[in-house]
Design a binder for this molecule. Structure first.
Ligand code: EPU
Length: 430
């Protein structure tokens, strides 16, 4: 068991480089098996645990993986020979369900156990199933939560999503690229990682158009080929550093980003009084006073991302005035506010709304990471609080933030990872 120990109060200063996007990588890795060839994936955040689990699944179904360097792998899908993925493989992460779409595309059959992942409220997959069925598959989910999808032949179809779903959009794209004829996904998700997946599929010879708008048209092709592809920078990791810079009254240049993807975050930081300078592939964020209050409503892209909600709450927790956060994607994404309140924040969460009454400062305390982004919020809180913060359950953070200690240390944070043999380490926190 490990925890992070943070001594707060130091403004972050300097430069930090953002890794490749986790949520793009999680869609692109399964997509590689559609090719029956070799794909080289660059800018992959190889050391986060979600990517490690995806590689394990790839190996289990017969793919070969060659690690070229820290952020580049080669996936050889020629010998993929199984359409079955068991619960012990899928339980670690949500994105394991992208193998349903990818295996359907490859074998017209997929038998994949329901996925794990952060608990943010119920996470049904009805829209994924609706999409597969419209493409001609028969889908059943048995008592052991194994999804069995099979088709004689996948046939393109119009598919209207009842709600904007990143996962359903990805899964349907994966199943549809080799279906015969035209698939049109309406009310599709528009997140940057959807566009990245489309670009990757097109690099393999697919015909996907409209990604980034709410209508995606996919004309099926017989075969896909290998390619070399570089994953986009991680919007949420970049946003996390941006908020951390502002919350610690720091000044940080965040490199390897696409500023356009960060606009909704930049706008809110500016509303809070921060200065955000945009460069070609970097943003610089600074703040030298107490943040101003501001209201946040999470929305599908290009709205403010739900995955930045908890980090932003830390900034609002020390803002001058009262802010309202409205979470419109997930029904249970305010659990972390209990942890922030332990550090002296004054947040009242009720359902999908939180009222954040700004306090002068947070105080270090023993806390835990309830999920990945909640964990990122705890780091930011620890960095701007006075005294020492110890964060437990950091395996959540390791799922999605590459070299997190090294990167934060590089901009002046006093953060270390310590081994903690005592399961009750919280009570021993010094
Ligand atoms: N929904 C349904 N039915 C479906 C699919 C979704 O009702 O069939 C609902 C969900 O319950 C939710 C909403 O639609 O209320 C949106 O869910 P979506 O499918 O868009 O989320 P996801 O694909 O499960 C991805 C990210 C999440 C991120 C959300 C929203 C990945 C692997 N995960 O989840 O990222 O919060 O989109 O942007 O891409 C994270 O990285 O920390 C994370 C949780």
């Amino acid at each position: 068991m490990e925890k992070f120990v943070i001594n707060g109060g130091t403004p972050l200063k300097g430069e930090v480089e953002v890794s490749g996007a986790k949520n793009a990588a999680l869609a692109i890795i399964p997509a590689a098996i559609l090719s029956q060839d070799v794909c080289t994936i660059e800018n992959l955040p190889c050391s986060i645990s979600d990517i490690g689990y995806m590689m394990k699944i790839l190996r289990q179904i017969g793919a070969q993986i060659r690690v070229i360097n820290k952020n580049t792998i080669e996936i050889d899908s020629r010998n993929v020979n199984s359409y079955v993925i068991s619960h012990d493989m899928t339980k670690h992460l949500r994105a394991s369900y992208y193998f349903i779409g990818a295996l359907l595309g490859r074998f017209s059959r997929a038998k994949v156990s329901m996925p794990g992942g952060c608990y943010l409220g119920p996470r049904p997959i009805d829209q994924h199933i609706k999409g597969f069925e419209l493409l001609g598959a028969t889908v059943s989910v048995d008592d052991n939560a194994i999804v069995d999808a099979r088709a004689d032949k996948l046939i393109g179809s119009p598919i209207y999503l009842d709600m904007v779903s990143v996962g359903a959009t990805v899964n349907i794209m994966l199943a549809a690229v080799k279906a015969s004829g035209l698939t049109v996904i309406e009310n599709a998700a528009k997140e940057p990682h959807i566009v990245d997946l489309a670009n990757f599929l097109n690099s393999m010879g697919a015909d996907v158009r409209g990604a980034g708008t709410d209508v995606i048209k996919i004309r099926g092709v017989e075969q896909l080929h290998g390619c070399t592809y570089s994953i986009i920078p991680d919007q949420i990791e970049a946003g996390t550093f941006m908020v951390a810079a502002a919350a610690t009254k720091g000044d940080v240049l965040i490199k390897n980003v696409i500023p356009k993807h960060l606009e909704s975050i930049s706008k809110k930081l500016i509303e809070c009084g921060a200065t955000v300078e945009e460069f070609d592939d970097a943003v610089r964020v600074s703040l030298n006073k107490r943040p101003d209050k501001c209201n946040i409503k999470t929305m599908p892209h290009p709205g403010f991302p739900t995955d930045m909600q908890s980090q932003m709450a830390v900034l609002l927790a020390i803002a001058d005035g009262t802010s309202i956060i409205s979470e419109s994607i997930w029904s249970n994404r305010f659990k972390y506010t209990e942890q922030l309140n332990r550090m002296g924040a004054n947040i009242k969460a009720d359902g999908q709304l939180a009222v954040v009454q700004g306090v002068e400062r947070l105080k270090g305390a023993p806390v835990k990471a309830d999920d990945l982004r909640a964990g990122a919020a705890m780091i930011i809180a620890g960095l701007c609080a006075s005294g020492t913060t110890e964060i437990e359950d950091i395996y959540h953070i390791d799922r999605g933030y590459e070299d997190v200690v090294e990167k934060f240390s590089g901009i002046g944070a006093q953060i270390k990872r310590v081994y903690c043999p005592d399961p009750d380490c919280l009570t021993n926190a010094g």
